[in-house]
Design a protein around this ligand. Structure first.
Ligand code: ACM
Length: 521
């Protein structure tokens, strides 16, 4: 008998493998196309698929208007692309037949935002302790469907969802994005689209930087010149703009429908030129400052000795707090280089009392850690690690926004046209590849409320710019905030991110196609 040579054996083996591959029944559930971001705590695929059809309805537990809203949110995504009617139906008990069912349950492990998603061939059951968890689970369900489901006109089916059991809940309660609407103003529609994208990736805080040297962006009825004068321009001398209180309430409402809390920020005592240009009385010399359209920082300050300054702050904090249902008011406090330290410290202490009088908790940039901190105050790290250690010694929790990781206005590399680079270049890997609980020695998970990715807008003028700088990096921040550290790694993430390309395209997002990511459209 002829002995088979080594090469011959290798060829035979290869043929055998190829034949086996050809004979294997085709997986028709498109599982290899699925990409979940943030990666859930536990996912088990069971090999089959559920198919959405003309007769699939979304049932929800009767007498729960919040579930009805989320059911409608899902139907609004499914209806235009599938062409199916997707009725939303209240029921007393679990229905029979084939359906999607949203229901509240009691499962402590899931917390406030966790959920359990069970997909079998016949039905999809999404359960959670709280309506917020149902909403987060709906985002996972979206990502289990083909990306074209996101389109707003009729697409080809089939609409298959892999059978699976997912149990999921966030690592951190505070998962934020910040938008600087002061350096350049952005319309309500632009901010709403940003929130739509945040919601898809389970972010839950939108921090709006509503005032700075270049612009005052929210109507204050008792101080109307703030917007009339202070809102009349922006970086580069454009026409600026502001939100009326009615528009701000619309934003708050839009956010609430997505289980996003808006954190309003009025930056003080520095970054305040727009107010000083609006009212002479806010200046120590009773003379209005000129409007400012450049990008320097650290030159303006409120007159901390004047009584009227605190009346002004009380009016502003009062009017904004009255239309902000969230628990926080952000007082800025950063880069107050024009305020003597001996004035800065008592100023921040007084402002904390004003905020407390309006039943809000204070958030401030890390500089505020130098002052006595009221219980419940959150300190937002951006630059100075020592301030963070001081803050936690005083019993405060921290929000992590390290400039060289989370600042979405940092250029990706030296060729990026938009953005700045004072905190370095932040490519997609650098933005993703860090852990909150090991970032600062001495600061552990229990000290951390969560993370936030700020987008400062000195160079950002419209929605396309926002999307280019935020995406894909904000998606990484969403995963850092949600997914436990032991389930995150760059190699898995970059593959999953690559598979988000089609979804981002279908959502018309102008994202940056980093060469580090194997994009699959
Ligand atoms: C900041 O970037 N000045 C908080």
């Amino acid at each position: 008998m002829k002995i088979i040579t080594k090469t011959g054996f290798a060829i035979l083996a290869l043929l055998f493998v190829l034949a086996a591959m050809a004979l294997k029944p085709k997986e028709s559930n498109n599982q290899d196309k699925i990409s979940l971001i943030p990666q859930p705590v536990s996912v088990k695929y069971t090999g089959g698929y559920f198919t959405l059809t003309y007769s699939t309805g979304i049932f929800y537990q009767e007498a729960n208007p919040a579930l009805k809203k989320s059911a409608r949110f899902l139907a609004k995504i499914l209806h235009p692309s599938t062409g199916f009617p997707v009725p939303v139906i209240p029921v007393k008990n679990k229905p029979s037949g084939t359906y999607i069912y949203l229901t509240l349950t009691e499962n402590k492990a899931l917390g406030n935002e966790g959920y359990e998603l069970k997909v079998t061939k016949k039905r999809i059951i999404l359960s959670a302790n709280k309506p917020a968890g149902i909403f987060r689970g709906i985002q996972t369900l979206r990502q289990l469907l083909p990306a074209r489901v996101e389109k707003c006109y009729l697409q080809k089916g089939p609409w298959q969802i892999p059978t699976t059991k997912i149990i999921d809940y966030p690592a951190y309660a505070y998962r934020g994005a910040m938008l600087d609407v002061a350096r350049h103003f952005f319309s309500v529609k632009t901010v709403e689209k940003y929130m739509d994208l945040m919601a898809l990736y389970k972010l839950n805080i939108l921090h709006l930087h509503l005032s700075d040297d270049q612009g005052w962006r929210i109507q204050i009825k008792s101080w109307p010149e703030l917007t009339k004068i202070g809102g009349s321009t922006e970086v580069g001398g454009g026409k600026g703009g502001f939100y009326t209180q009615k528009q701000f309430k619309e934003l708050v409402h839009y956010a609430a429908d997505r289980y996003i809390t808006i954190v309003p920020e009025i930056d003080m005592p520095g970054h305040i030129n727009a107010a000083l240009a609006s009212y002479a009385i806010l200046n120590c010399n009773n003379k209005r400052k000129k409007l400012f359209t450049g990008i320097d920082v650290g030159f303006s300050t409120l007159c901390t000795h004047k009584k009227i300054t605190y009346k002004f702050i009380n009016d502003v904090v009062g009017e904004i707090s009255a239309i902000s249902p969230g628990p926080y008011f952000h007082i800025g406090g950063d880069e107050s280089h024009a305020t003597p330290k001996k004035d800065y410290l008592p100023f921040i202490a007084k402002v904390q009392n004003i905020v407390a009088a309006h039943h809000k908790k204070v958030i401030g940039w890390d500089e505020i850690a130098q002052t006595p901190l009221k219980k419940g105050t959150l300190v937002q790290y951006w630059a100075n690690k020592k301030n963070v250690l001081t803050a936690i010694k005083k019993g405060a929790k921290v929000i992590l926004s390290p400039g060289g990781r989370t600042y979405l206005d940092m250029k990706y590399d030296s060729t990026t046209k938009l953005g700045l680079h004072w905190a370095g270049y932040v490519n997609v890997k650098r933005a993703y590849n860090w852990n909150p609980s090991t970032l600062i020695p001495g600061v552990t998970k229990k000290d951390i409320a969560g993370i936030e990715a700020p987008l400062w807008s000195e160079t950002i003028t419209d929605l396309k710019d926002i999307e280019y700088m935020a995406f894909p990096r904000l998606i990484g921040d969403a995963e850092i905030g949600w997914t436990p550290k032991n389930l995150r790694n760059w190699n898995s993430y970059r593959l999953r991110l690559g598979k988000q390309a089609a979804r981002l395209d279908d959502l018309n997002v102008n994202f940056y196609r980093s060469k580090l990511i194997p994009w699959q459209d």
